[in-house]
Every structure is written in C-alpha cells, then in structure tokens.
Design a protein around this ligand. Structure first.
Ligand code: PLP
Length: 391
C-alpha cells in the first residue's frame, strides 16, 4: 500500500491558525481592549425569511408519505436548475437548465472538477488567490504555474502567449483582492483558452457583489461556451456558508478529446455525489424568487456599505487598494512598505484590529493585506476610526 505522496508536496498553510494564535495572545495580554475582526471570511447576517420559509416547507414535505423525498437527483432538481437558468437570464446570459449542476458548494466543485481532467495538464492559477485551487491540484499531482498579479496590472493578471496552460482558474471578483475583470479582459482569457485548447474554470462565487458594468458570468463573453466551466456558490450571495449549496454550469458545446465535459461531469457526480437535500434545494430555489432576491440583496447592500466605509478610509489615507466596490474584500498595500505580517502585528497591537496578511494567498501578497466587510457597521466604523488614528 502506497499513500498519495503528492500530499507531501503540499505547503503547510498556517495562515488562519497563526492569525488566531496571535489574536488570542493579544486578547489575553490586553483583557480590557476590544478586538475588532476585519478578517472575517464568513457571512454574519442570517438567512433571509424567504429562504427559511422555503426550507421549513421542504422539511414539512419530508414529514408525509405523499410528499416525502429520498435520494435527490445527482444534478439537482429541475425546478432549482431552472431557477438558476432564469437567474442567468436576468443579467442577460443564456444558460439551459440542463447545463446546471446543483452541488453542496463551490469549494467541492473547484476541487472535484479535476476528476474529469488528465493529471498531465498544466494548471494556471492566479497569484494571489483562493488557496483551494492550488492544493486540490497538488493533491492530484498536476503541475501548477502562476499568473502573477500586482499593482501594475491592478491585480488582474492577463494571459501571456508565451506560457502554455491547459486548465486556467479565474476568480472574478477575486478572493482575496476583490478585483473584477471587465468584458475585454475576460475576452482575452477566452481567446487564449480557445487558441490553446485550454479550459477555463471560472469561479463566480462573488458575482452577486458586482455593481459596476462588469460581466457577472464568463458566459457573457463570446466563445466562452466552447472553453469554460463556471462554478458558483450561494454562500456569499445568500448566506449559505453553513447550509451548503452551489452550482456549476457546463455548456453542452464544451468538448475535449471527443467527449462532452458536461456528460463526464454528470458521470463523475453520479459516481461520487448523492446530491443536495430536498429542504436545502427548496431554500436554494427561494434565493432566486422575487422575495429571496430582494432580501438577499438587502444583506449584500449591508456588506457593501461596510466595504465603502473601509475603502473611503483608504482613499482618505491615500493607500492603494483593490476591491471594495464589486466585492466584500478590500486588498490594500501595507503602509510604509511593511510586510503583511508586520502590518498585521502593527494593527493588532496599536489598534486592536485583525485582518488577514496577504502572503497567505500567494507570493504576490507579501506587502498586501485583506480586510472584509462581514463585520457590523458599528464595528467597522470603530475599526476605521482606530486605524486612522495610527496611520
Ligand atoms: N470560491 C471562492 C473564491 C471562495 O472565496 C469561496 C469561499 O470562501 C468558495 C469558492 C467556497 O464556496 P462554498 O462555500 O460554496 O464552498
């Protein structure tokens, strides 16, 4: 018996453990100082009433023989898939319900989608980025190359024709930078993928935060149906981080090596996934209903106001940042050329504010810092006052 020794190639990521340890040490040493967490990566507002009511009704269905449900469909119930397709239509993107796969969240799909690709593919991952893309592909033994982003490209890496990649992860709006691609930039990635016979894995987990005139989906771009898969989540859109539901869209046109990737993914899901529970899917469909949309957007508006409080402070202080407008994340350059851990310590010790050091998301994050809009207005305002007084 041999283990999967690719696990030995994983680089330990102690980021959140180190953040928690340092924060706890500070709290112990300063019991009178209230710590404000601007590093929260989870939603804090509760589910909307429309979603909870639909889930309650879904549970009631399970009480009676006539309406009881057993194993769900692997790809999701048709009415939920149709609700997702209608949602796409609401922002001008045409997707057929049969191309939508309901899942237990984007994290699973971001990693599991690799099952349908060869281990020999070269994977291009933006730096900095959500670490799941990297670790999932290391576990599978794929070679990873990075598309560096920096202040020069406003943290929106663009394709390099001299670099050959087979699988390309794009996250827009990005975690951690909050930067979001415009249509022209996404078209350049689509063209690159088509020219190289590559496939784009487009993570749209934060699309609901987009306010500017930017694409909400890779399928808003001509040619994307021949080269892209979209992964999406209800976690940040509707507060489903604990409930667990997301969806992946694979166009029927998307084929490689004579196989439709849609059919391969169906086969993969049918083998390794037994679907999302009835009650959760009832809640998911409600997200896309009239009341659900209104209520979820109210929560997003609340987070957006917090993002604005933080970005207004950075404008005032003249600190470079990305995100904040189309994303719950604000990615700022550490003042006075500080390293990201140095700035973390400085903020904690002098302002009692916790954020996330950028280097936890990749080499390109060394002098950057992530703040999030998931705390309350009151706490965000208080944090901003404290930061202003020490910078
Ligand atoms: N994709 C990105 C870019 C994320 O930041 C996250 C969560 O933080 C996820 C996917 C995970 O989504 P889910 O909760 O649906 O698994």
């Amino acid at each position: 018996m041999k283990i999967n020794d690719n696990f030995e190639k994983l680089v330990p990521n102690y980021l959140f453990a180190d953040v928690a340890r340092k924060t706890n040490e500070f709290a112990k040493a300063n019991p009178d100082k209230e710590i404000i967490r601007l590093g929260i990566g989870d939603v804090t507002l509760p589910l909307s009433n429309a979603v909870v009511d639909a889930m309650k009704k879904g549970c009631e269905d399970l009480r009676y023989k006539e309406t009881f449900k057993g194993y769900p469909e692997y790809e999701g119930y048709d009415f939920v898939r149709q609700a997702v397709a209608d949602y796409y239509k609401s922002f001008g993107v045409s997707v057929d319900y049969s191309e939508v796969f309901i899942s237990d969240g984007a994290k699973s799909d971001c990693g599991n989608i690799g099952d349908i690709f060869s281990k020999d593919n070269i994977v291009l991952v933006p730096d900095p980025v959500y670490p799941v893309y990297v670790d999932a592909n290391i576990m599978s033994g794929r070679k990873i190359i990075y598309a560096s982003s920096s202040k020069d490209n406003h943290f929106l890496a663009m394709p390099d024709r001299n670099v050959k990649a087979d699988i390309i992860y794009i996250c827009s709006p990005n975690n951690p930078t909050g930067a979001a691609y415009n249509a022209e930039q996404l078209k350049a990635w689509v063209n690159y993928a088509l020219e190289n016979n590559a496939v784009i894995l487009y993570d749209a987990a934060y699309e609901a935060f987009i306010q500017d005139d930017l694409p909400r989906s890779i399928f808003a771009i001509d040619g994307a149906r021949e080269c892209a898969i979209e992964l999406c989540s209800l976690s940040k859109t509707a507060g489903f981080t604990g409930v667990r539901c997301g969806y992946t869209v694979i166009p029927k046109e998307l084929s490689r090596g004579g196989h439709k990737l849609h059919d391969m993914w169906y086969r993969r899901q049918a083998t390794k996934f037994n679907g999302v529970s009835w009650a959760v899917q009832c809640g998911a469909a409600a997200v896309f209903g009239k009341d659900g949309q209104k209520q979820c957007l109210e929560n997003i508006a609340y987070y957006r106001q917090n993002a604005k409080i933080i970005s207004d402070m950075l404008d005032e202080l003249g600190i470079y940042y990305t995100g904040g407008k189309n994303s719950p994340y604000i990615w700022l350059e550490c003042p006075n050329k500080m390293g990201s851990w140095e700035f973390f310590d400085y903020l904690l010790e002098n302002a009692g504010v916790v954020g996330t050091p950028g280097e936890g998301f990749g080499e390109c994050g060394k002098n950057y810092f992530r703040m999030t809009s998931f705390n309350s207005h009151e706490k965000t305002l208080e944090a901003v006052q404290r930061i202003k007084s020490i910078i």
